[in-house]
Design a protein around this ligand. Structure first.
Ligand code: ZN
Length: 201
C-alpha cells in the first residue's frame, strides 16, 4: 500500500530487535515526514559505526581501536577480570566506578533451548586469557537469571579445572538497595540469605 522504497524501509526497520511492524511503520513515517537532516545523519551514522566499531582483541568489548581504552589503561588492575554477558552490562559496572580491573565480554549466555552452546559465546577466549595473562581473580558477573547462573557455574568449573588456585568469585545478588523485604520475590530473598556477608565494624 506504500511506495516500494518505503515498504523496504519498514521491512528493514522491523528486522531490528524489539521493533514490530507497527513501530517500524511509525519510525519510517517519522523519518520521511520532514526530517531529512535526521535521515541523512542516521544513514551516515549507521555506515560509520559499521566501519569503525569492532571488538577489542583482548576483552571483546566494542571499541574503535584494536585494543580498547580499558585494556590499554596502565592504571587498571590487570590481575582481575570481570566476566559479563554483554557490552551494556560492562558499561553499567564501569559507570558504578566500583570495579578497577579489566573485563571479558561473553556476548551472550548459555541457552541450550535456543541452541546457544559454549562455542557460541566467548568462553574459549576467556580460558586463553587465563593461560596468557597473570590473573589472580575472575569475578563472574553474568545476570542473576537461570541462564546467567548456569553460565557462571559452567565457566567457574572450567576455570577451576585449569587453574586450581584461581580466586573465582560471583557478584552478590539479593535485595536491591532501597528495596523492601516485603515485596521481594522468593528467589531474590533466598539468594539474599544465601549470599549474606559479615558487617565490617
Ligand atoms: Zn578491551
Amino acid at each position: 500500500m506504500y511506495p516500494e522504497s518505503l515498504n523496504r524501509l519498514i521491512k528493514n526497520l522491523s528486522m531490528l530487535p524489539g521493533i514490530g511492524q507497527k513501530s517500524a511503520t511509525r519510525l519510517a513515517m517519522y523519518l520521511i515526514k520532514d526530517n531529512r537532516e535526521l535521515a541523512e545523519k542516521l544513514a551516515l551514522n549507521l555506515l560509520e559505526v559499521k566501519e569503525k566499531v569492532r571488538l577489542c582483541k583482548i576483552c571483546f568489548n566494542i571499541s574503535e581501536k584494536e585494543i580498547c581504552d580499558i585494556c590499554s589503561d596502565p592504571y587498571r588492575d590487570t590481575s582481575v577480570i570481570c566476566v559479563v554477558e554483554g557490552p551494556a552490562d560492562q558499561a553499567a559496572i564501569e559507570e558504578s566506578k566500583a570495579f578497577k580491573g579489566r573485563y571479558h565480554i561473553l556476548h551472550g549466555v548459555l541457552s541450550p533451548l535456543n541452541g546457544i552452546g559454549p562455542e557460541d559465546i566467548r568462553i574459549n577466549e576467556l580460558l586463553e586469557r587465563i593461560e596468557k595473562e597473570d590473573i589472580k581473580e575472575v569475578l563472574i558477573a553474568t545476570n542473576p537469571t537461570t541462564q546467567g547462573e548456569a553460565t557462571a557455574f559452567y565457566i567457574a568449573k572450567l576455570l577451576r579445572k585449569r587453574r586450581p588456585a584461581l580466586n573465582i568469585t560471583r557478584i552478590a545478588s539479593g535485595i536491591p538497595f532501597g528495596g523492601d523485604l516485603k515485596y521481594a520475590d522468593r528467589m531474590t530473598l533466598e539468594k539474599a540469605l544465601q549470599n549474606r556477608s559479615s558487617i565490617s565494624v
